[in-house]
Design a protein around this ligand. Structure first.
Ligand code: SF4
Length: 458
């Protein structure tokens, strides 16, 4: 009986301690998934009065592995390690003054068939095994309502935060793209990275200073100034490199420690790399929300449920406005960088869907990130890239689907393709695989420049 009641109380904790509530006044612990994005997101929280800090990452991987069975997705182990490491360090630092109620752990979730919706529940069970961490609540945003922030901060701040954080994500994407465009051709080794680190601190400070006023012009000017300076770092004598596009699972492809610094490794072997953006995922979530509402509208119409129909229609209009807003804000940031640098723009979700439809390879209705990865790889092929890498956690479900579709497809198009699964171990043949892949990409580029390739996607 007591085992049963214990179990019940564990499940109750999924409601009481994994929840959405106003986090103002607490220290919000933000996982460091993508280095630039995490820093700017934390700045956005601070801009609306939430004390947010980015946790050190990957230092606690041993802890993450110790408290999991090995069957979990790798990002779950990494993020678990990060929170345990951070809280233990805080406890050591503060001693008797450590107070778990002061903290909130921020771990968003995704609706749908994937395990990402269960990370925060599983991590709750593990945090509960530490008496001193039981009172650290987990707060989440969910794709179910397109990452609505109304329930984690006062409503009057939520709207400003939502707009500010979207623009911050786009700015971080543009900063990433500047680094990937310049670093392979930099005049002096290391200058791009050290400049970008300082630039991100400046942008974070600007975000905090503009706060709820939403004077995005300040950020636009900063982006233009940074792009202007960064453009001078390119050594024009360095020859062009083969361009490699990365697709895959969002955490693994964005988290340099987890993917063993894949982008730098590819650059080291002679490539120029472009990773799929983080804004792409946010745009995809809005896109999916719109599709769901369109389905709901059809059902309400079929059932002659006019009251429901009115509500769904109102939500649909609102998400369509948000999609337009995202497109407009994205363009405004990229446009300022383009005045100085030819960084690649971002693909629209609608264009990715059109590519999938015309090839009849996959359908957005199936869901998951696979649609983005397959469509994104086709977009790279269309843009004349010389190779595609699919990065994912070992055993990741959507990425395994991508592998099955992309490998034969890109082979047929004669575009070098590499699967790059990671689980925290060092695979002995990884370096050979990467070097061979880059050799193939160089051959592809040579043929492309000689006009011998005829492999562009329609
Ligand atoms: S996308 Fe992959 S890694 Fe992420 S939850 Fe799903 S199966 Fe796990």
């Amino acid at each position: 009986m007591s085992a049963v009641s214990n179990e019940l109380s564990s499940f109750e904790r999924f409601q009481t301690s994994v929840r959405q509530f106003d986090v103002t006044g607490r220290t919000l612990l933000v996982p460091d998934m993508a280095p630039f994005h995490a820093r700017l997101l934390a700045a956005c929280f601070r801009a609306v009065g939430v004390h947010a800090v980015v946790m050190e990452t990957y230092r606690g991987l041993a802890l993450g592995k110790e408290f999991t069975s090995g069957k979990e997705c790798f990002p779950c182990q990494v993020t678990l390690g990060d929170i345990l490491y951070h809280l233990k360090k805080e406890k050591d630092r503060l001693g008797a003054e450590f107070s778990p109620e002061r903290y909130v752990y921020f771990l968003p979730e995704a609706d749908g068939p994937c395990r990402f919706g269960m990370y925060n529940k599983m991590q709750r069970l593990i945090l509960d095994r530490f008496e001193e961490f039981r009172d650290v609540p987990i707060v989440y945003l969910s794709t179910r309502n397109a990452y609505s922030t109304e329930s984690i901060m006062p409503p009057e701040r939520s709207s400003a935060f939502r707009k500010l954080s979207y623009v911050a994500v786009v700015v971080a994407d543009v900063m990433d793209r500047m680094v990937w465009r310049i670093r392979p051709y930099e005049i002096r080794e290391g200058m791009t990275d050290s400049f970008a680190d300082k630039a991100i601190d400046l942008i974070a400070a600007a975000i905090e200073s503009i706060g709820e006023s939403l004077r995005f012009e300040v950020l636009h000017e900063l982006v233009e100034e940074i792009a202007g300076t960064a453009a001078t770092f390119i050594d024009p004598r360095k020859p062009p490199r083969p361009r490699i596009g990365i697709v895959g699972e969002i955490y693994l492809r964005s988290h340099p420690d987890s993917n063993q610094n894949l982008i730098r490794q590819l650059e080291m072997y002679g490539a120029e790399v472009l990773n799929a953006s983080i804004a792409e995922w946010i745009n995809f979530v809005s896109f999916e929300q719109s599709r769901k509402l369109q389905r709901d509208m059809k059902s309400a119409w079929a059932a002659r449920d006019y009251e429901n129909l009115r509500g769904v229609f109102r939500d649909l209009v609102s998400i369509e406005i948000e999609k337009l807003y995202q497109k407009w804000q994205q363009y405004r940031v990229y446009r300022r960088a383009w005045r100085h640098l030819d960084i690649p723009g971002d693909h629209s979700i609608a264009s990715i869907e059109r590519k999938l439809d015309s090839d009849r390879l996959f359908n957005f209705a199936i869901g998951t990130e696979a649609a983005l990865s397959i469509g994104g790889a086709l977009a790279y092929a269309h843009d004349g890239f010389d190779g595609v890498v699919n990065v994912f956690p070992f055993t990741c479900m959507p990425s395994t689907i991508c592998t099955a579709v992309l490998k034969p497809l890109l082979h047929k198009m004669k575009i070098p393709y590499l699967d790059a699964p990671y689980d925290g171990t060092i695979q002995p043949n990884r370096e050979v695989a990467l070097r061979t892949f880059i050799y193939q990409a160089k051959q592809h580029m040579k043929s492309r420049l000689e006009g011998k390739n005829n492999n562009k996607a329609e």
